[in-house]
Ligand binder design. Structure first.
Ligand code: NAD
Length: 432
C-alpha cells in the first residue's frame, strides 16, 4: 500500500455518467419531434439510446515522469444503420457518457439531414487540454486511440476534431492507427492537416458553412448582410471562422468572446487583429480598444445575428427573453434549452438550429473521407462550392418543412433527419 493515497478526483459513478443535462436535452428534442411526426413506437425506442457505448480508463504520464494520472475516455456510436459512424472527439473537463451520447445522437440527425452516408458517433476524454503540454497531449491522444482502436476505422467509425482537439490531434490519431495496421490509413480520421490527406477547406468549413446559412436566413427575412451586426460567442475553430467570414461578407462584428470573457465595440471589431491577437496570446484577454464584457452580457447585446459557437446550455429559460437578435445561428452543439426555444419562438427569433448550423463541419469531413478513399484531391473552390450547395439545399428543405407544417426550424430539421433514419431502419428490418 502506498503511504498516502491521493484522492481520486475523477471518481467513477455509473449513474453520474448518464446524468447529463445535454443528454436530457437531446432525448427531449427527439421525443418532441417523434410525437410531432408520429414516429413508429418501436423505432422511437430504438433511437432513444446509442447502439454502442465504450468507456475506457487509461493512464496518462505527465512530463514529470513519476506522475501518472488515470483518465476516462468515451466513444459512442448512436446509429449503425446508415453506413460508418462519424463524429468528433472532444477534450474537456466536463465530458461524460451522457454528453458524448447527446453529441452522437445529434450527429445522426445532422448526417441524415445533410443526406451523408453516415450514422452519428462522438468521443471524448475528461480532461482540461489547456493544462497539458504538447507532449502530454500527444501521449494522451495516442493512448486513447489505442484504447478505442477496435471501435474506429475507415469503414467503421471515423473521428474528427471537436472542442479541445485540432488538426494536430487528428494527425496523431491517424499515425497511431496506421502504426498498428502497418500502413498509412489517412481515411481513418478527418480534419487532418492537408499534407496527410486532409481536405482543403475542412479546417474552416464549420464557420464558413454557418456563414452561408446566415446568408440564406438573411435573404429569407429580407435583411441585407452589409447592414447587419453580429455577436459571436466562442473564438475557437467555429467562432473565429464564423466571425471572419461574416466580416468578409460585410457584417459588422461588434462583440466576440472566449473563455477569458467578452469584448465589445459598437463601431465594429477588426477580426483580422483579433485572430492575430489570439494566435500570439492564446485568448482574447488584453485586446486593445474595446470594452470588456462578460459572456452573459454578450449574449444579451442588441444585434441582428447572434452566433453561439462555444458551449452547450448558453441560452436558457432564464436569459432567452433578453436575447435581442433577429437570427440565432447556432455554431455550438446544444446551446439552447427547450424552455429557451419556446421563448425565442414567441419573440419571433429566426433560429438556424445546431444540427443545420454547424453541419458544414461534417459535410467537409465527408468530402475529406471521399477524397481519401479514392486517393484524389479537390481544389478549394470545388470543396467550397459543394459545401455551399449541400448546405443551401438542406436549409431550403428545412425551411420548406417548417413553413408547410407550421413548426419551428429546429423541429423541422430534426424531423428531416429522423425521418430518413426511421425509413432506413424499417427497410433493413430486425436481425435475426
Ligand atoms: P474550440 O476548442 O476550437 O473553441 C472553443 C471556444 O470556446 C474557445 O474560444 C474557448 O475559449 C471558448 N470557450 C470555452 N469556454 C467558454 C465559456 N465558458 N464562455 C465562452 N467561451 C468559451 O472548439 P470548436 O471546435 O470551435 O467547437 C465549438 C462548438 O462548436 C462546440 O459545441 C462543438 O461541438 C461545435 N462544433 C464544432 C465543429 C468543428 O468542426 N470544430 C463542428 C461542429 C460543431
Amino acid at each position: 500500500m502506498p503511504a498516502e493515497i491521493r484522492p481520486f478526483e475523477q471518481s467513477f459513478n455509473v449513474e453520474a455518467e448518464w446524468d447529463s443535462p445535454m443528454f436530457g436535452l437531446a432525448q427531449q428534442q427527439f421525443t418532441g419531434a417523434a410525437k410531432m411526426m408520429g414516429l413508429d413506437e418501436n423505432i422511437y425506442e430504438r433511437l432513444l439510446f446509442p447502439q454502442r457505448t465504450q468507456i475506457v480508463s487509461f493512464p496518462c504520464r505527465r512530463d514529470a515522469y513519476g506522475e501518472v494520472e488515470t483518465l476516462f475516455g468515451y466513444r459512442v456510436q448512436h446509429v449503425l444503420t446508415m453506413g460508418p459512424t462519424k463524429g468528433g472527439i472532444r477534450y474537456h473537463q466536463d465530458v461524460n457518457l451522457g454528453e458524448v451520447s447527446a453529441l452522437a445522437m445529434w450527429m445522426t440527425w445532422k448526417c441524415s439531414l445533410m443526406r451523408l452516408p453516415f450514422g452519428g458517433a462522438k468521443g471524448g476524454v475528461r480532461i482540461d487540454p489547456t493544462q497539458l503540454s504538447r507532449a502530454e497531449l500527444q501521449r494522451l491522444t495516442r493512448r486513447y486511440t489505442m484504447e478505442i482502436i477496435d471501435t474506429i476505422g475507415p469503414d467503421r467509425d471515423i473521428p474528427a476534431p471537436d472542442m479541445g482537439t485540432n488538426e494536430q490531434v487528428m494527425a496523431w490519431i491517424m499515425d497511431t492507427y496506421s502504426q498498428q495496421v502497418g500502413y498509412a490509413v489517412p481515411e481513418v480520421v478527418t480534419g487532418k492537416p492537408t499534407v496527410l490527406g486532409g481536405s482543403h477547406g475542412r479546417a474552416e468549413a464549420t464557420g464558413r458553412g454557418l456563414c452561408y446559412l446566415i446568408g440564406e436566413a438573411a435573404d429569407h427575412l429580407g435583411l441585407e448582410l452589409e447592414r447587419c451586426t453580429a455577436v459571436v460567442q466562442g473564438f475557437g475553430n467555429v467562432g473565429s471562422n464564423a466571425a471572419r467570414f461574416l466580416s468578409e461578407r460585410g457584417v459588422r462584428v461588434i462583440a466576440v468572446s472566449d473563455v477569458s470573457g467578452g469584448i465589445y465595440n459598437q463601431r465594429g471589431l477588426s477580426v483580422g487583429s483579433l485572430l492575430d491577437h489570439v494566435r500570439e496570446h492564446r485568448t482574447l484577454e488584453n485586446f486593445p480598444d474595446c470594452e470588456r464584457i462578460s459572456n452573459d452580457e454578450l449574449l444579451e447585446l442588441e444585434c441582428d445575428i447572434l452566433a453561439p459557437a462555444a458551449l452547450q446550455n448558453q441560452i436558457t429559460g432564464e436569459n432567452a427573453g433578453r436575447i435581442k437578435c433577429q437570427i440565432l445561428a447556432e455554431g455550438a452543439n446544444g446551446p439552447t434549452t427547450l424552455e429557451a426555444d419556446a421563448i425565442l419562438d414567441g419573440n419571433g427569433v429566426f433560429v438556424i438550429p445546431d444540427i443545420l448550423g454547424n453541419a458544414g463541419g461534417v459535410t467537409a469531413s465527408y468530402f475529406e473521407w471521399v477524397q481519401d478513399t479514392q486517393s484524389i484531391s479537390w481544389g478549394i473552390e470545388e470543396v467550397n462550392g459543394r459545401l455551399r450547395t449541400l448546405l443551401v439545399e438542406a436549409f431550403k428543405r428545412t425551411l420548406q418543412r417548417s413553413t408547410s407544417s407550421g413548426i419551428n426550424m429546429r423541429s423541422a430539421a430534426l424531423i428531416e433527419g429522423i425521418e430518413r433514419v426511421a425509413q432506413a431502419k424499417l427497410l433493413r428490418g430486425v436481425f435475426p
